[in-house]
Design a protein around this ligand. Sequence first.
Ligand SMILES: CC(=O)SCCNC(=O)CCNC(=O)[C@H](O)C(C)(C)COP(=O)(O)OP(=O)(O)OC[C@H]1O[C@@H](n2cnc3c(N)ncnc32)[C@H](O)[C@@H]1OP(=O)(O)O
Length: 410
Amino acid sequence: MTNDQLVLRTATDDDYTELEAHIHGAFLDDVDDDTADLNRLVFEPDRTQLMTDAGSIVGSGLVITRDMSVPGAVVPAAHVTGVGVAATHRRRGVLTALMNAMLTEAHGRGTEPFAVLWASEGAIYGRYGYGLASSRVSYEISVRDTSVVGALPDGARLRRAVTRDVLDVIVPVYDRIRAARPGLSSRPGKWWEYLTADPKAWRRGMTAERTVLFEDDGGVRGYARYRTKAGWGDTGPDGEVRITELLAETPEAHAALWRFLTTIDLVRTVKYTHGPVDDPLPHLVTNPDGLVGSADGSLWVRILDVAGALAARRYAAPVDVVLEVADDAFPGNAGRWRLAGSVESAEVTRTDAEADLALDVRALGSLYLGGVSAATLAAGGLVTERTPGAVARTATAFGWHRAPVTVEIF
Ligand SMILES: CC(=O)SCCNC(=O)CCNC(=O)[C@H](O)C(C)(C)COP(=O)(O)OP(=O)(O)OC[C@H]1O[C@@H](n2cnc3c(N)ncnc32)[C@H](O)[C@@H]1OP(=O)(O)O
């Protein structure tokens, strides 16, 4: 027994200031005067769940309304963030209550067939039906050992700018790339304003953010947002470039942006933490050994509506398969589903037919963005093959020609 007076409720606009302090506290930080109002730009109080104790906030979970690209489609997805429980109130089920409330609200809308989040710690979210669905590659590039060489194509040029001054040209580039790349999120409303606000507190010892644009006859075809830091060591200059995001629509733009970033005078190290696992960079540099890359998990997907989610995406090869799904939290997802899909269309219906594959909703979340193979999960015992050959067929169909990537931690 405790003396807690815990109340679970939806936030209002008036909760903002206390909520900011609470979330910063949960993440071991203080609210900075410069940034205190920034999150308000993207705050959705009516989708924010709070736990209060005697009226004070002790737990939070935010859902943000955005779309996410999936194989062959762009789908509304509940973007879950701002999860924090006060250190005084941990390990007694507050997160579980908040997560149930967030997922129930998103499920009840009927428009978001899945929820997605970045985990602060990978051990937390599997229990709520989230599956690890993508990885990112973090590069630390020693530019003395490797770089991208070559010249700008005729008619092409690079231009440097303050990011906020060139939103009119980079937003369309982002949106065109996003439409075809699983894992990228829409940036509706004030998202761009928020992401490019560039307050000092976000710089962590680096310069203000700059953007380099690649332009050719077709207009702006790629950009990289980045910061620099001067440094001097015993053997001379030791500067650093940190890339915020790099997006290119053409091979020329991709190569030119990386060439620029890996050949800036006085720079010895280039860091980027949002590389896609299928980035051509290792094949372009003069020496791939100079690219120190480590992959770790990024997006976690929770399927809220099996039929809606599977019908929303497309499949790399024709597939006709019966999936038997287990889902304790949302029983409407459980049972057998027949998926008939291809690159053009997908249909999902309830069926009594024998299952070809059996899997938990968590495994389905891992498969959803096309970044984790059904064969990998089957090898781990997380997908069970009931019909011989079903894993191979499903692995091919659920895969995609571009790996999921996310260039922003939301
Ligand atoms: C999407 C995002 O926003 S990610 C950010 C998550 N937030 C943070 O990391 C901030 C610091 N941490 C916290 O605020 C809290 O510890 C939280 C939110 C991670 C967990 O909140 P709690 O209220 O303690 O979780 P709750 O008591 O509901 O735990 C539910 C289960 O998760 C487990 N769990 C909770 N946190 C962790 C963790 N960090 N690592 C492993 N297991 C965990 C609990 O042991 C419990 O397990 P059980 O179901 O087997 O009993």
